[in-house]
Design a protein around this ligand. Structure first.
Ligand SMILES: Cc1cc2nc3c(=O)[nH]c(=O)nc-3n(C[C@H](O)[C@H](O)[C@H](O)COP(=O)(O)O)c2cc1C
Length: 301
């Protein structure tokens, strides 16, 4: 049975990754799961300098998932290089570093510092709804998304995955813009902008007022957008959004994803990724599927 998939020349032992921001750099989860089992780890977004993130409260539970407005709190790329990459490199799994910035310059500085580091791919987050500058501003205008992709492509040796926002009218147009600018793959979806209000106190549940919706509630949106993006571009797609079990992951693959990242599910069940990998293998046995690649984009009428 083959569970290997390839994205931009990088072969993953299976298609299951951890979604950025829900797994740190794996240190805490290594107590619960064997990181060697994962197709890869996508690290928490990292900027050129440390970011404090947003004021609290910054997470709230909602029907079918959660809202977060963490605001990309991170210790900066130097800490990732010194502390997190050596930790992750002990394991036989691929390492995808998620990068963020408030300006094109910020992104380029991170990419520059990671240029000679043992990283398998960069995931460029142009879609965070919780930071005022940068982030989503790049992810909602095709020309800006293309510009930042082109600039990073010029300086980085690593394959570049551009992470797209679902908070757009036409996901296919965004995917096409970054493909034309040199992206090696796209990942989607980031969170959907939402809001929660406490009716007794009449206050916003989040200090930031709005936050990103994730979890099972967003899954059908993710399936639709992965399907649309896969028909718009020829580069591979990393699908994510509300994947709670193997069936959800397989659904994204049938819609067109080559690999799948698991996010919010990790908070409810720290072994979610490994459970999903095992259940996909079981599905392949019972359905007599020899090669997981047969499933990619295999949905039909
Ligand atoms: C608490 C939290 C923090 C996140 N931080 C990041 C981040 O740093 N960079 C990024 O690209 N996406 C970030 N995301 C988005 C996830 O990677 C993922 O795209 C989204 O949550 C949808 O997947 P899910 O429903 O499986 O969580 C974050 C999500 C959550 C819930």
């Amino acid at each position: 049975m083959n569970t290997k998939v390839t994205i931009a020349g990088v072969t993953l032992k299976n298609p299951i990754l951890t979604a950025s921001g829900t797994f740190g750099s794996g240190q805490e989860y290594a107590q619960f799961i064997d990181l060697n089992c994962l197709g890869g780890v996508i690290t928490k977004g990292v900027a050129n300098v440390p970011w404090e993130g947003n004021p609290t409260p910054r997470v709230a539970e909602v029907y079918g998932g959660m809202l977060n407005a963490v605001g990309l709190q991170n210790p900066g790329v130097d800490v990732l290089i010194k502390r997190d990459l050596p930790f992750l490199r002990q394991y036989d799994t691929k390492v995808i570093v998620n990068i963020c910035g408030r300006s094109v310059y910020d992104y380029l500085e991170v990419a520059e510092r990671l240029k000679d580091q043992p990283v398998d791919m960069l995931e460029v987050n142009i879609s965070c709804p919780n930071v005022k500058e940068g982030g989503i501003a790049f992810g909602q205008a095709p020309n800006m998304a293309a510009h930042i992709t082109k600039e990073i492509r010029k300086i980085s040796k690593h394959p570049i995955v551009v992470k797209l926002s679902p908070n757009v009218t036409n996901i296919g147009e965004m995917a096409k813009a970054v493909e034309a600018a040199g992206a090696d793959a796209v990942s989607l979806i980031n969170t959907l902008t939402g809001m929660k209000i406490d009716v007794k106190s009449r206050r916003f549940a989040l200090a930031n007022r709005t936050g990103g919706l994730s979890g099972p509630a967003v899954h059908p949106v993710a399936v639709r957008m992965v399907y649309e993006a896969s028909h718009a571009v020829n580069i591979p797609i990393i699908g994510m959004g509300g994947v709670m079990n193997a069936e959800d992951a397989l659904e994204l693959m049938l819609a067109g994803a080559t690999a799948v990242a698991v996010g919010t599910a990790n908070f409810a069940n720290p072994t979610a990724t490994v459970d999903i990998i095992n259940d996909i293998r079981q599905f392949m046995v019972t359905e007599r599927i020899q090669d997981i690649n047969e499933l990619i984009g295999a949905v039909h009428e």
